[in-house]
Design a protein around this ligand. Structure first.
Ligand SMILES: *Cc1c(COP(=O)(O)O)cnc(C)c1O
Length: 500
């Protein structure tokens, strides 16, 4: 069963929690108990393919779904039609003791596909199971990658409508084109005059607007979420931590039971939190290293215990991590405090009212034990992309480059020689301008369109441009709406014809 981190709502089944998205008390749904792996479970994963591994992990959490339902969902989500690599999430050895877990072989070339190819199927299934008749309206705030992945995942799914809000000047040109050219009758894309946190705050306010939600209910609508605040977004991400480990054992890089570190380029704390659940379930994970760019709010929190969003917001080369409020941290705090909802409520109230909160030294020590943290600048990110390509012939996207360098810094400073698995969250082609500039210098890129840059990058790193990205050049723009950060509710009302 699932509980809200704020503790004031009823326990729900997985299907109910997934259909609801965020809890009505403003909290996030968390599993009441964490399933533990039995001794045979991990060795059994080794010979399975990705979809089968996913089914094995998901059934431990989605206990109200039948085996056949889970089977159907994972088979459709992780098919060769959707993922261009037969392993779905392959692990590549890049250097001695350093591996890349590539999560970007899906339709949008970023890791959000790992969850957002599955969530719509889990949600459709959930609606049937709970007998939900309302039309579900999914509101998405995106820093670039979630929006497109949600649009792809939910395109033409019955009974579900999706509205994506992205920061007008906060996404790359490729990311913007991916979204504004999206087809599908049930989808809308809106640019917000503000940054990602403005968009996310706007969506949260709509969720928490009691009057509006009542009006929606009377009109046959219901809100839900595809952001990583939805449990159905988080649970698919647990799978690839197990899958990566199973691959390393299968390929004899590690022995069964030995420890690994995962290094995760982090924004909303969703990806790395999934790794934490894997660790709690018994996967032999030593450290989960939290890597940030100059929006280093998490580095500060994980070293001092003070979470403060009262700081300058930077636009960086790794825009999907340009975040000052990491929503999923709330789930970590819940587990670390042993489910102290009252305490969490106070911290989150502090965050709302004063932009900050401080956890106790005891809680900080427990968190530090698992989550070393570091950050690097844009200059270091570009240098890392160049250096890793030069030394190992491996092209990193800027987010993955942040993780790479933070991993190296951690290894040097700590002396920890545990193998590092770098969680690689985007294809280098998705952020081609930054990657090309880092590899070939500013001049070679000057005056080129993003598409010329894509092809130049393909030549330079000797890899084909992902088909879906190459096709963007000739797709018509379908979505041109722009709104102010305080107008998001009105935009939703207008879309649903709820304006008096
Ligand atoms: C979303 C995203 C991240 C951050 O993931 P979180 O789950 O928000 O921490 C990192 N890299 C890329 C490429 C992303 O799209």
């Amino acid at each position: 069963m699932y509980l809200s981190t704020r503790g004031t709502v009823d326990r729900l089944t997985a299907a109910q929690a997934i259909a609801q998205g965020i809890a009505p008390d403003g909290g996030l749904y968390v599993p009441e108990t964490i399933p533990l792996l039995d001794e045979q479970a991990l060795p059994r994963l080794i010979s399975l393919n990705y979809a089968e591994r996913a089914a094995a992990i998901l059934r431990l959490f989605l206990t109200d779904y039948t085996a056949a339902e889970i089977q159907a969902c994972v088979a459709a989500a992780y098919s060769s039609e959707k993922f261009s690599h037969p392993a779905v999430a392959p692990v590549t050895k890049v250097a001695d003791g350093t591996f890349a877990l590539e999560l970007w072989h899906g339709p949008t070339s970023a890791f959000k596909d790992m969850a957002l190819q599955l969530l719509p199927r889990l949600l459709s299934c959930a609606l049937k199971k709970i007998g939900e008749q309302a039309e579900i309206v999914i509101l998405v705030a995106t820093s670039g990658d979630t929006g497109k992945a949600a649009l792809e995942g939910f395109k033409d799914v019955e009974q579900i409508r999706v509205m994506v809000f992205y920061p007008e000047n906060g996404v790359s040109q490729i990311q913007r084109l991916q979204m504004v050219t999206q087809d599908g009758a049930n989808l809308q894309v809106i640019a917000v005059k503000g940054n990602f946190d403005d968009a996310q705050t706007g969506v949260k306010q709509i969720f928490n607007d009691g009057v509006f939600n009542a009006q929606l209910a009377n009109s046959g609508f219901k809100l839900s979420s595809a952001n990583s605040i939805n449990w159905g977004r988080l649970v698919p991400q647990i799978v690839y931590y197990f899958s990566a480990y199973a691959d390393l054992v299968r390929d004899k890089y590690i022995t069964l039971g030995s420890m690994v570190n995962f290094v995760v380029p982090t924004g909303n704390f969703g990806n790395i939190l999934a790794g934490y659940y894997a660790k709690l379930m018994g996967l032999p994970v030593n450290k989960l290293i939290c890597a940030s760019n100059s929006n280093n709010v998490l580095t500060d929190f994980l070293t001092t215990g003070v979470y403060s969003r009262n700081r300058q917001f930077y636009k960086t080369y790794s825009p999907s991590m340009d975040i000052l409020i990491s929503s999923n941290l709330e789930r970590l705090l819940y587990h670390v405090t042993g489910g102290d909802s009252a305490q969490i409520g106070r911290w989150m109230a502090g965050l709302n009212a004063n932009g900050e909160y401080r956890i106790s030294n005891e809680h900080l020590a427990a968190i530090k034990e698992v989550f070393p943290a570091g950050w690097i600048s844009d200059e270091e990110t570009a240098a890392t992309i160049g250096r890793v390509h030069g030394e190992y012939g491996y092209a990193l996207d800027p987010h993955t480059a942040v993780a790479w360098q933070v991993a190296e810094n951690y290894r040097r400073q700590s002396g920890d020689r545990t193998p590092n698995i770098i969680v690689s969250t985007a294809s280098p082609f998705k952020f081609n301008a930054t990657v090309l500039t880092a590899l070939a210098g500013t001049d070679s890129f000057a005056g080129k369109s993003e598409f010329a840059a894509l092809h130049a990058l393909a030549k330079l790193i000797n890899q084909p441009v992902p088909t879906a990205l190459a096709e963007l050049e000739h797709k018509p723009v379908r979505h041109t709406a722009v709104c102010g950060k305080h107008d998001m509710l009105n935009v939703v009302k207008a879309a649903l014809h709820l304006v008096e």
